[in-house]
Design a protein around this ligand. Sequence first.
Ligand code: ZN
Length: 282
Amino acid sequence: MRVIRRWFIHALVILMLIAPAVAEARLLRRGMRGQDVLSLQHILVDLGYDLVLDGAFGSETEDAVRSLQAAMGLTVDGLVGEKTRDKLAELQASIVLHTVQKGDNLTKLAKEYDTVVRNIILYNGLKDPDHILPGQVLYIPTNSVPALGLLPLRRVTMQWPVEGRISSGYGYRTHPVSNTKHFHGGIDIVAPEGTKVQAAASGKVSSVGNRGNYGLSVVIEHAGGVTTWYGHVSKVSVKVGEQVKQGQTIALVGSTGLVTGPHLDFRIKIGDQTVDPLEWLP
Ligand SMILES: [Zn+2]
C-alpha cells in the first residue's frame, strides 16, 4: 500500500513536470476558476493548508499561496507562476503521506523513510509524539526537508462550534441519564435550543444522520485523518459530500438522542480514536 502510494505520488509529480512542456501553464491568480485552480488547491491541501476544494481562486487560496511563498523565500505576490509551481512540485515530491498502522512508532517510521524523528514531530505539530494513532495521516518530510519552513501549518486549526459553558468534559464520567460510569469521547457545550452550530474547521461533510444516543449528528472530514463530530442537534443545514468553510453554520443546537437538555456534544477524532477537544480548540 505504502509502496503504491509512493509510486503514485512520484507518477503525479512526473506528470506535473511534463505537463508544462506539453501546454504552457497559465499564470494563476485570484479570481480565476478551473481545473488547474482545483489541482493547485489539492496540492496546497496535501501540504497542510486548510482550504475548500472548489476550483475558485479566492482569498483563502491566495493566503495559502502567499504563506507558502513566504516560507519558501519566494516573492510574496500570491500569483502562481513558474517559480511557485516548481516549488510546489519540489515540496510535493519531498513529502510522503503515511497512514499510521498498529505498531508504528516515530523511530520506526524515521528509519523506514530515511529521515529523523524530530522532523516528523515538527512537521506534523505533534504534541504527544509517543501517541500516534492508527488511521492518523502523517506527513513525512524526506531528505532535503525544505518543507520545514511551512510550520506550523500542519495542524488543522479549529474554532469553537458554539459558545457556552462546558457541562461535561472529555474522559471518564458518570452519565447524567443512565447513571453509569463510562468514557465520554467529547465535550458537552450548553447552549439554547436553536443556537447556530458552526464548522470547527473547513472540510467535507462525511456523514449526516441519527446515531442513537448521540442523536441527530453531523461529521466533517479534515486533513490528516481528522474528523469533527457534532451531536444532539435539532436541524442540519448541510448535505453529505458538501465542502464547508470554517465558521459556516451546519446545524442548530438541539436535544436529540439521550440528553437531559439542549447542548452540543462536540468530538474530534484522529482515525478511529477520540482526542481531547480542549487541546485543539483555541
Ligand atoms: Zn456528550
